[in-house]
Design a protein around this ligand. Structure first.
Ligand code: BGP
Length: 493
């Protein structure tokens, strides 16, 4: 029997405004956290993924960033200039047969400072054009409302998400965009990798760490996270009210940890670490904080301010689906001393001797994706959506102009086969898959261009040199075949 994915399976790709758009000050856009994110040419591999350290921005660094219009050291200011290339880029997605395109709206393009009363019409128009372009070709837009770009004024003036006012500011933004795009957009995601506030508090939470007492900072992050949980629940409430046919999901980083050994202490440590991963989706799916998280606050002496109304809003507005990013897995041990470590998705993990790694040290584990799907489905019984997955690699343009990225094809193929098994052998309800960065874009962690995920190559280097021209890689044609055959081509070799 021919192996194919479920009818109407949503195949596509995912991007984020701050990593592609550029046009950082154009048409009324305000400056965001991403625009002051300095590119660091990190040679020390152990620091490759220490995003917290790499993105720890101080007031002085912001002032320095604001004193220059340089874009080469602040690459998110130019992105891949999608702002001016979106039609050409969507045309390439159409050629690959995309059924869905996940992208984010930059809050600062709609509300330049975050606290503005009225929206910036040019920003609303831009995303309307993008949405209409997708709809013209029957591509379903899936929109992330917040993906690493809190407006800078919101950060400097209010301390970002630490301030309770953030909930109202964000609700105003959500109300504006849903009223504008209702009937056109069916799928929404509130916060990209909401858990990442713990790993990069500046980019996700708009928190300037040096403004707080060091011993208080963890509590500050959890307070900011609480405001995001409430804002996310309110966003679901607003979206459902304005457009009852829409579906709103959470989005979490699916960090999967294995115990380094079968020693019970290692297994216990793994369970502990997985709870740290699950506490975010547990809260958003069940609409209430898990007991183990509240106990953790208590044991640490944290006081997180939450009102009765906050908790009621969270309870009344659980997510419709669970989306997640999946790139790699790593191990944990009760006593990690002497064990080899490796970079993982914005963390450092213990190396798994059974897995190979990407050029950035992320361990490649397609079976881990199957495990993740089963774990999430068994835990939540909600439809799942893979919002990000892919391989960051250095590509070589051959003399004849070809880019033969067989390593990427192999990575994607193995992960897609694991998805197939999860659906048909494990009974998981998976309704879509968006490959991360179907077109090369800036990496989130290091703002590097050389870490490429795309099936479309963009002629641009780490310092912003290049023509910005787009080229089809070998994986472009391969993914086109996968989508056109609804997955059947994955099994033809
Ligand atoms: C996820 C982010 C994305 C993306 C991806 C790859 O955590 O949601 O924005 O960039 O990771 O990470 P990187 O770009 O650092 O390779």
């Amino acid at each position: 029997m021919k192996k194919i994915f479920p009818k109407d399976f949503l195949w596509g790709g995912a991007t984020a405004a701050n990593q592609i758009e550029g046009a950082w000050k154009k048409d009324g856009k305000g400056i965001s956290a991403a625009d002051v994110h300095l590119f660091r040419d990190i040679k020390d591999k152990t620091k490759l993924n220490n995003v917290h350290e790499n993105s720890d921005v101080t007031d002085d660094m912001i002032m320095k960033a604001l004193s220059t219009d340089d874009t080469s050291y602040y690459p998110k200011r130019h992105g891949i200039d999608y702002y001016h290339h979106y039609k050409e880029d969507i045309a390439l997605f159409v050629e690959m047969g995309f059924k869905v395109y996940r992208f984010s709206i930059a809050w600062s393009r709609i509300f330049p400072n975050g606290d503005d009363v009225l929206p910036n019409e040019a920003g609303l128009e831009f995303y309307e054009k993008v949405i209409d372009e997708c709809l013209k070709y029957n591509i379903e837009p899936l929109i992330t409302l917040s993906h690493y770009e809190p407006p800078l004024t919101f950060i400097q003036k209010y301390n970002g998400w630490y301030n309770r006012k953030s909930i109202d500011f964000f609700s105003n933004y959500v109300t504006t965009v849903i009223n504008r795009y209702k009937g056109k957009v069916k799928y929404w995601v509130t916060f990209n990798e909401i858990d990442s506030i713990i790993r990069h508090p500046f980019m996700t939470g708009g928190l300037i760490e040096s403004r707080f007492a060091p011993e208080k900072f963890e509590e500050v992050m959890y307070q900011a996270m609480h405001h995001q949980f409430v804002a996310s629940a309110k966003a679901i409430e607003i979206i459902h009210k304005v457009d009852p046919s829409s579906q709103v999901g959470c989005m979490v980083t699916k960090l999967t940890y294995y115990p380094f050994s079968p020693r019970p202490e290692d297994v216990l440590e793994q369970q502990r670490r997985m709870r740290k991963v699950y506490c975010f989706s547990d809260t958003q799916v069940f609409g209430e904080y898990p007991k183990y998280l509240l106990l953790d606050y208590k044991n640490k002496g944290f006081y997180i301010k939450m009102t009765e109304d906050d908790l009621a809003t969270m309870k009344a507005n659980p997510v419709d689906f669970v989306s997640f990013s999946y790139y790699q897995t790593s191990c944990v041990a009760a006593n990690p001393d002497g064990l080899e470590t490796t970079a993982a998705n914005t963390t450092i993990g213990i190396k798994n001797p059974y897995l190979s790694s990407s050029q950035w040290g992320w361990q490649i584990d397609p079976t881990g994706l199957r495990i993740a799907l089963v774990d999430l489905y068994d835990r939540y019984r909600k439809p799942l959506f893979i919002a990000e997955n892919g391989l960051g690699a250095r590509d070589v343009v051959e003399k004849n102009g070809e880019i033969n990225d067989d390593y990427r094809i192999d990575y994607l193929k193995q992960h897609m086969k694991a998805m197939y098994q999860a659906i048909y052998e494990d009974g998981v309800d998976l309704f879509g898959y968006t490959a991360w960065g179907p077109i090369d874009l800036l990496s989130n962690s290091l703002s590097q261009m050389s870490k490429r995920y795309g099936m479309i190559y963009v002629d641009l280097d780490d310092y912003g040199n290049g023509t910005y021209k787009r080229y089809r890689k070998k994986s472009f044609y391969w993914y086109r075949d996968v989508i056109h055959s609804n997955g059947a081509s994955l099994f033809e070799d």
